[in-house]
Design a protein around this ligand. Structure first.
Ligand SMILES: Nc1ncnc2c1ncn2[C@@H]1O[C@H](COP(=O)(O)OP(=O)(O)OP(=O)(O)O)[C@@H](O)[C@H]1O
Length: 246
């Protein structure tokens, strides 16, 4: 599903956070949003999920204007938010339990357990799983709610650096199979380079997106990522410089 944002404006009290932000993401595209701390990245995701309302501007999903809370977005935060008293299968199928279709969702979940590295853990409780496994369970739960657009807010931010790298490798492996439009908020430049089709820098000075970096590499690997020093330096400079175009 294609996402278009036009002229989005939002303030907290008297502080303008977004000021006429325009953004367009193609169907199936993976876009990362980078920017200095406090520039409004999470605020943008909250506006899209409908948790808060914009002062101005419009959001379109496949050309259709949307407002408030809709079924188009699935949101995944940094914390896995699994219920400790529910098994992994019950946690993963939470939305089926709430919205109906539980039995069908259980079937889908069981079919995906292997790809998510959770086979054999369906009936375990979250406390028996590693941080990476819990985050993959949270990811599967997000995917099973069948929203077309995934909003990922630092989904691996709470993980140690090794597990985080493993999760990035895993996400890269399932990225194409997921076939979803993704907007990822991250502080991690390498994560953005490794996973994205396009990187956008949110500029706190303007409240809009500034620079845009397109990543065309099809065959990504850790070796390839480690060689991206120049690109890494450029993105860092643009974040620190407020994302201004040259
Ligand atoms: N509920 C709130 N009330 C008032 N100000 C807020 C509220 N939530 C966030 N802010 C402020 O709005 C600005 C943008 O916050 P936001 O969380 O969107 O930034 P961010 O880019 O996601 O930050 P980070 O990278 O540190 O997670 C910050 O200055 C923050 O202090």
């Amino acid at each position: 599903m294609k996402l278009e944002i036009s002229g989005l404006t939002f303030s907290y009290e008297n502080k303008k956070i977004l000021n006429g932000l325009d953004l367009s993401i193609r169907e199936g595209e993976f876009v990362s949003l980078l920017g200095p701390s406090g520039c409004g990245k999470s605020t943008l995701l909250k506006l899209l999920t409908g948790v808060i309302s914009p002062e101005g501007g419009q959001v379109f999903a496949d050309g259709q204007r949307i407002r408030g809370i809709t079924e188009h977005f699935a949101y995944m935060p940094q914390n896995d938010l699994l219920f400790p008293w529910k098994t992994i299968l019950e946690n993963v199928c939470l939305y089926g339990r709430i919205h109906g279709g539980l039995e069908q969702m259980k079937g889908e979940a069981m079919a995906q357990m292997g790809a998510f590295g959770l086979k054999g853990y369906e009936n375990e409780y979250p406390s028996a799983l590693s941080g990476g496994m819990r985050q993959r369970a949270a990811f599967l739960r997000t995917l099973l709610c069948h929203a077309d657009i995934l909003l990922l807010d630092e989904p691996f931010g709470a993980l140690d650096v090794i597990t985080r790298g493993e999760m990035q490798d895993w996400l890269l492996g399932v990225r194409d199979r997921m076939n979803r439009t993704v907007l990822l908020v991250t502080h991690d430049i390498d994560e953005a380079i490794y996973l994205s089709d396009r990187i956008l820098i949110l500029d706190p000075a303007t409240g809009k997106t500034g620079s845009e970096i397109v990543i065309t590499e099809a065959e990504r690997s850790r070796d390839w990522l480690f060689r991206q020093g120049e690109l890494r330096q450029r993105i860092y400079g643009e974040i620190m410089g407020g994302g201004k175009n040259d």
